[in-house]
Design a binder for this molecule. Structure first.
Ligand SMILES: [Zn+2]
Length: 323
């Protein structure tokens, strides 16, 4: 467990080791950067690499890898974003305190359960009805692929004993607010929205998984940040769980199908904001990429994607994050 006065301890430790000439020590009381060495000490992690430009932290089930001047790090090989650049200060690789809270601490506060209980899960096949979503060059519609993958995923999860609800089970249009409302009515253990990606560039490929932007952090999604995005919302109650769910989904799908890792990302998607449970949105490959679109048309590949998502959900359900 992270101690309540951890931040104060970091400040006083730095004041001791750097002396009062160091600008970092003066900056810290206002909440700036902290060295990864302190994270290692606090969470009893090993540091097989500890250089000013590169650090690796290792625990029993986790390896985190950092580089100086980066807006991301790797958690067990999965790309996870930072809101602010890492920096080398006083010869030590540091992260912003905001990123420590939003992106590192959740990995250390997880506790593993030995068995997965029967869980209620809400799946949200993206688009539907008049909202067709992305379209491949051969005419494959995103709304068709997302529904098929969610129905396959539901069958896998039900076989495992879970209770699964879909926000739509046919080619119908459902408003975003109604998807969130439906999920909240079921009080689920988690909500997963499933989409396929598309881009103007035909070379864009791979998968990415979104979680709601943690309070006080910037979004990675291209849509303009709205002023309302900066205000905390109901979904921010689950900032730590949202990150771990997105990370678990991204890691498991990558492991299953071995495609390009575009990383975990943050966005204030409407469907997340009012959600009263942990939530994530998976963007499973690009319908605009000729090879990926061809794969998405194959039922074997959709089954693999569904299995990857199920593995991610199972892995998330084995984690318990103390509130
Ligand atoms: Zn979509």
């Amino acid at each position: 467990m992270v101690k309540v006065n951890f931040y104060r301890k970091v400040s006083s430790f730095l004041a001791l080791v750097c002396g009062f000439v160091c600008s970092l020590c003066h900056a810290l009381p206002n909440g700036e950067y902290m060295p990864l060495e302190m994270v290692a000490k606090e969470h009893l992690l090993r540091m097989p690499i500890n250089r000013p430009d590169r650090v690796v932290l290792r625990g029993d089930n986790i390896e985190l890898s950092f580089r100086s001047g980066s807006l991301a790090f790797h958690a067990n090989g999965v790309l996870v974003p930072f809101g602010f650049f890492t920096e080398t200060k006083c010869g030590k690789l540091c992260v912003s305190y905001s990123d420590y809270v939003a992106h590192l601490r959740p990995f250390f506060t997880m506790q593993h359960r030995s068995s997965v209980k029967k869980a209620v899960i809400v799946l949200d096949p993206g688009h539907g009805g008049r909202a067709e979503g992305a379209l491949s060059a051969t005419g494959l519609k995103e709304k068709t692929v997302t529904l098929d993958i969610c129905q396959r995923l539901a069958r896998i999860l039900e076989r495992q004993g879970h209770i699964v609800y879909l926000t739509r089970n046919s080619d119908t249009y459902v408003e975003l607010e109604d998807r969130t409302k439906f999920a909240n009515q079921k009080s689920p253990a988690l909500f997963l929205s499933v989409h396929c990606n598309a881009a103007k560039s035909k070379s864009a490929r791979g998968i990415e998984t979104f979680a709601l932007t943690p309070h006080g952090q910037p979004s990675q999604h291209q849509v303009k940040s709205l002023q309302s995005d900066l205000k905390p919302c109901v979904g921010n109650k689950f900032d730590a769980e949202n990150l771990i769910l997105a990370y678990a989904i991204q890691g498991a799908v990558l492991k299953k199908i071995g495609c390009v890792d575009r990383g975990v990302k943050h966005a204030c998607f409407h469907v997340f904001r009012g959600l009263n449970c942990p939530g994530a949105l998976a963007e499973l490959e690009f319908l605009s990429h000729p090879i990926e679109a061809k794969k998405l048309a194959s039922s074997n590949h959709r089954q693999d994607l569904a299995q990857g998502l199920a593995d991610g959900i199972t892995s998330f359900l084995k984690c318990h994050i103390p509130s």
